[in-house]
Design a protein. Sequence first.
Length: 78
Amino acid sequence: MAEIVNSRCVLAVRDLEVSTRYYTDVLGFRKDPIDAQGWSFLTRDKFRVMLGECADERPASELGDHSYVAYWNARGRG
């Protein structure tokens, strides 16, 4: 069977520029060298995410379910 070598979580965001800045400036992600209109491809350590701009999407906090959830654990360094 083929080996899975990586994966990405896909999250809908209302404002791609603002969300990308938050992920890079606050959460410490870096932008990957992939150019696709309406998308940001980001990586931090071994966690990879795709942010897709969906300006009319309701915020996850308003959905009342777990449709847009990404969860990861971090371990402190040195």
